[in-house]
Design a protein around this ligand. Structure first.
Ligand SMILES: Cc1cc2nc3c(=O)[nH]c(=O)nc-3n(C[C@H](O)[C@H](O)[C@H](O)COP(=O)(O)O)c2cc1C
Ligand SMILES: Nc1ncnc2c1ncn2[C@@H]1O[C@H](COP(=O)(O)OP(=O)(O)OP(=O)(O)O)[C@@H](O)[C@H]1O
Length: 307
């Protein structure tokens, strides 16, 4: 796992000398991001310096467009995933108001503080600085004087279109978990702490671990999914409903309910990670509880046989 540095007043910017940085927000750390990170590792190998994922502590849209912000992962998971991506270090820039208001030139000065990296890898459409005014052209102008080689890459594509976080969010919204996982390069997952439910699942014959997913992380379309659930270092097959149960909409605020197969015990208060693998069906507003139970039992049987 790579070391994680916060780029604050205490940070020694000379760390950047000879380094190869890949720069961006990297929500999802998807296959396009992984490609960019591997390019930084490659030039670092040739050049002898450190390979670095250079990113922000928050998604800048948390400041600029909080109302429409949707994310594939929390900031903590994003930074942790970057640290596991194979780079030598993750350098996290605090996204302050002052930082966000700076011109492209000031932005670069503040970021590197006279210690420019040898290589800076970005996608060709990369934007930075106040109102995202800085383009690869500005970056290249600055780089010429700073002695940095800017590598502006074509976006890695799949099925004829660039892999982007936006594209993955749209696929997830359409329940297309198979395609989304293909572009992510790993299963899409949610993490959370198991909340107290209404306890009716037990009566119905299937207990569920309930999660309240924050609205910014609600990108996966409502429906029933086959998944793996990870708790206490163990992995269980799971049948999972996403979205508020329409039958009990007035009694619950859980937005994700997971039934773990062959699990006995108490999950309340425990950390759980749910990896989504298959979309089974949309949520149904059943007329009777018997119908609900029979259908969910069918879903659980499918998960047992197919996951
Ligand atoms: C695999 C699975 C599928 C589900 N499908 C539906 C559904 O289609 N419609 C619905 O209203 N609720 C659905 N639910 C939610 C159940 O109604 C809910 O888990 C049950 O009422 C227990 O709730 P409790 O844990 O809050 O007690 C599903 C739950 C699971 C685990
Ligand atoms: N498919 C890709 N191939 C190579 N580089 C990419 C790809 N997608 C993004 N990048 C680059 O990775 C860095 C981080 O990208 P960014 O966080 O803006 O992600 P994004 O996937 O384009 O997200 P969004 O769809 O939300 O704009 C940037 O330098 C960006 O240009």
């Amino acid at each position: 796992m790579a070391e994680i540095f916060k780029c604050d007043e205490m940070f020694d910017h000379s760390f950047f000398t000879w380094s190869s940085c890949a720069f961006g927000v990297f929500d999802g750390v998807h296959r396009g991001h992984q490609y960019l990170l591997s390019c930084a590792q490659e030039t670092a190998r040739k050049n002898g310096g450190a390979s670095v994922a250079l990113t922000f502590d928050i998604d800048p849209d948390e400041v600029f467009h909080p109302e429409r912000l949707k994310k594939l992962m929390t900031n903590e998971e994003r930074i942790k995933t970057l640290s596991e991506s194979g780079v030598d270090a993750v350098v996290v820039l605090p996204f302050t108001q002052r930082f966000s208001a700076s011109s492209p030139e000031e932005f670069l000065l503040n970021t590197f503080n006279g210690h420019a990296p040898s290589y800076l890898h970005v996608g060709y459409d990369f934007r930075f600085g106040a109102r995202a005014k800085g383009t690869v052209k500005e970056l290249a102008n600055w780089a010429r004087d700073a002695g940095t080689e800017v590598c502006a890459h074509d976006l890695k594509s799949a099925d004829g279109a660039p892999i982007t976080a936006t594209r993955i969010r749209l696929l997830l919204g359409d329940n297309d978990i198979i395609e989304a996982n293909k572009l992510l390069g790993r299963p899409y997952y949610l993490v959370g702490t198991v909340q107290q439910g209404r306890g009716e699942g037990q009566e119905f014959g299937f207990r569920t671990a309930n999660l309240k997913v924050p609205s910014q992380l609600q990108v996966l379309g409502a429906g029933v999914y086959g998944a793996y659930a990870h708790v206490d270092g163990m992995r269980y097959k799971a049948a999972v409903s996403v979205g508020v149960s329409p039958v009990f909409a007035d009694k619950t605020d859980a937005t994700c309910e997971a039934h773990l197969l062959d699990f006995e015990g108490d999950l309340y208060g425990k950390a759980i990670k749910v990896e989504f693998l298959h979309f089974l069906r949309p949520m149904i507003k059943f007329e009777t509880i018997d119908e609900l139970i029979a259908t969910v039992n069918g879903n659980i049987a499918w998960v047992r046989g197919n996951i």
